[in-house]
Design a protein around this ligand. Structure first.
Ligand code: 8YV
Length: 318
């Protein structure tokens, strides 16, 4: 059977299906993955990884016969997709199957922030309601002006899920899209026009720190920043400063610059809701993502193609 290098965790369902077609080699179980690859890397044509671990250059250099990387996640900024395309290596990812879940996570963060969900829950659970009386009033999540940074598939799903909340949607991306929302060509200008700024643009060098101190200040003392894309999109030091000085009202964050590390200064703030990168992390959605990772690998084994290649590699699929 052909070899498959598995980087990071995979589910039991993925392992069972993959083991029927490949001999699996898990980097997690290796004392020294680079030394192992020095000895066994030649001949390995397939890799399964995820959006967090990617495939680091030290591994790429030791995989001279690599043909395909199947990524568990829609974001693939941890993989050098352009470099792979140049080497003729096909990279696939898991688009669409997680759109609804990440959009739900966005709404959950928005509701948790505006409606003070964590403080209210603590008020009920701790007995403070009985001892001290009603919890302070929260703010409404309805009728908000929401600016979406990145109007791709997930951005569009977020806009759609916001409809029942009577939101007014604006968006910023590199170019206007065929959507019924107001396009704003300048991010800072959009931040000045909205109550909520939602980041759902891909990570990587092009979008690094796109949301900087100026953008946060434009969003303002009543503004809410939500990040469900990549930690790198937001300048985290500037965010801590803006939240602690009141230049920015609140933040709901699922992603961070150095995951799984979250700065203590951020953890100490009362006006932020923190989630451990769980945007797509439900049994149902992770099941669908895992199935697509396996489908892509098996499809490549059988046909040389991929079902959901990343755009940089689409031309490699005949
Ligand atoms: C995963 C994600 O957590 O799809 C993405 O881009 O961020 C998440 O669904 C990530 O791929 C790490 O496994």
């Amino acid at each position: 059977m052909p070899d498959l290098l598995v980087i990071g965790d995979i589910t039991d369902a993925m392992r069972d299906r993959l083991a029927a077609r490949f001999t699996l080699h898990h980097t997690d179980g290796m004392d020294d993955p680079e030394a192992w690859l020095d000895a066994h890397g030649a001949g390995i044509a397939h890799v399964a990884t995820n959006g967090h671990d990617g495939v680091k250059p030290a591994y790429m250099d030791r995989l001279p016969d690599l043909k395909m990387i199947s990524c568990y996640g829609v974001g693939y900024d941890a993989i050098d997709a352009s470099g792979c395309a140049e080497r003729g290596i096909l990279v696939s990812h898991t688009p669409n199957v997680l759109n609804a879940e990440v959009a739900s996570t966005t709404l959950m963060l928005m509701l948790m922030c505006y409606r003070n969900a964590l403080a209210d829950e603590a008020h009920a659970r701790s007995g403070a309601w009985e001892r001290e009386g009603n919890a302070p009033l929260s703010r409404s999540a309805d009728n908000r002006r929401v600016g979406i940074l990145g109007m791709g598939r997930i951005g569009q799903e977020i806009a759609r899920k916001l409809e029942p909340f009577d939101a007014t949607i604006l968006y910023h991306s590199r170019s206007p899209k065929d959507v019924p929302y107001e396009y704003v060509s300048d991010l800072k200008e959009m931040a000045g026009k909205v109550d909520v700024l939602v980041c759902i643009t891909p990570g990587g060098p092009e979008t690094r720190h796109l949301v900087n101190a100026e953008v946060m200040e434009a969003l303002g003392p009543d503004g809410l920043l939500i990040n469900v894309s990549r930690g790198s999109v937001v300048d985290e030091a500037a965010l801590i400063d803006a939240l602690s000085t009141g230049k920015l009202g609140m933040a709901g964050l699922d992603v961070f610059e150095r995951e799984p590390h979250i700065p203590d200064a951020l953890k100490a703030l009362p006006n932020v809701v923190l989630l451990p990168h769980v945007g797509s992390a439900t049994v149902e959605t992770r099941g669908a993502m895992g199935a697509l990772v396996v489908d892509n690998l098996i499809h490549h084994l059988d046909t040389g193609g991929a079902l959901t290649p990343v755009p940089e590699c689409a031309h490699l699929v005949t």
